[in-house]
Ligand binder design. Sequence first.
Ligand code: GDP
Ligand code: IMO
Ligand code: MG
Length: 423
Amino acid sequence: MKIDVLLGLQWGDEGKGKIVDVLAPQYPVVARFQGGPNAGHSLQFGDQKFILHTIPSGIFHNGVVNVIGNGVVIDPLILAQEVKALEQMKVPVTERLYIAKKAHLILPTHRIIDAATEAAKGAEKIGSTLKGIGPAYMDKTGRNGLRVGDILLPSFLDKYQKLRKKHVEFLRQFDFSYSIEEHEEQWLKEIENLKQYNIVDGEFFINGYIESSKKVLAEGAQGALLDIDFGSYPFVTSSTTTCAGACTGLGVPPSKIGKVYGIFKAYCTRVGSGPFPTELHDETGEEIRQLGREFGATTGRPRRTGWLDLVALKYSIMINGVSELIMMKADVLDTFDQIKVAVAYKIGKTEHKQFPYEIQTEQIEPVFKEFKGWKRNLSSIVNEDELPFELMNYVRFIEKETGVPVTVISLGPDRAQTIMRQR
Ligand code: GDP
Ligand code: IMO
Ligand code: MG
């Protein structure tokens, strides 16, 4: 059996949480492979709404094993808050959740370093979620990090103090006031609590399921355009958000990757700083933000909005080897007379179809193709054959341009508002 991967093709917040929750009944195992509490994955069923940060989006399903893989960075404080909220909804989290020993920990000082380095960047700040993601991955690659497996060792507190001391030394260079003690005591308590979970050798655990022919779904966080290598560097996150990250973040060989679901919005959003060629700074942009409720699930910040960008989308599809596309939030465009899609970038006098090395938004003029809007409320449509011609025209154009079928169309935040296309 192979492992299927679902990942975002834009700058995050494509709707990964919703679709993982929809697909989870087909997958006995759902596993997060990178990122951490910078992610905010929203799920909705009936009047129940939930935002997950570290826990995989299969957690609401009975019989689904949810794994936090080695590629994830965990803040035990945030994890504890998530668990508490889920338990209030009577979800048996400890039964369903498994945590890889090799996942790294986010320390209170990582969050402080994140805040201090962002503040020092001034106008050039990344717009980080300030959850300590960058500093935690720096310690991982710098070979200083603490891992979940370490909490079981008698030397854990010594290791913690050693790293904390390094961080305090590092923080001396910043003119930044902070208090480690504010969260430290609780953090150490939550480290103790972490021991009650199923802590496993993640790579053996996942490969065991693959060997026994159980379907595994790998759930990405962020999006391809925030990838540490291929995203709009330096305005990126610090992990491999692309398909390769599922291999390193779970311990799965490339030959075991099956389907790659690439998820995108019918338009584009971005939260935080960095280039965004099709961004709208006008009323249309504001309309998309309001209709799409485009405010961050983790930080509440307004998301920047713009038209769909096929130059960027094709790039993400190439890097990830996407085999199926999932289009989200088509309903947000219900009232628009016209819908635009960027098919090329004009830089100077030349049109480019290849995503450039450096994206300088001021120098890029997107070349748009316009589509007639469907001007119909899509939110209650349940059958594919009821979808308006204009929407299908839009979908078919995307399929033709990318060469990848759109197999799922999402028409609202609820689980039920999902059209699985017949092929
Ligand atoms: P994720 O990080 O990729 O899981 O996405 P987020 O949860 O951060 O953001 C997606 C937002 O869009 C959430 O508020 C979802 O409830 C909502 N959403 C998901 N799919 C749809 C859809 O098809 N239509 C509408 N209107 N909202 C959607
Ligand atoms: P999900 O999984 C959208 C963005 C931040 C910032 C940059 C770096 O919900 O799609 P970081 O905290 O990682 O140092 O921030 O990346 N970012 C996200 N944007 N969705 C996310 O996750 C994001 N996670 C990080 O806004 O620009
Ligand atoms: Mg999100």
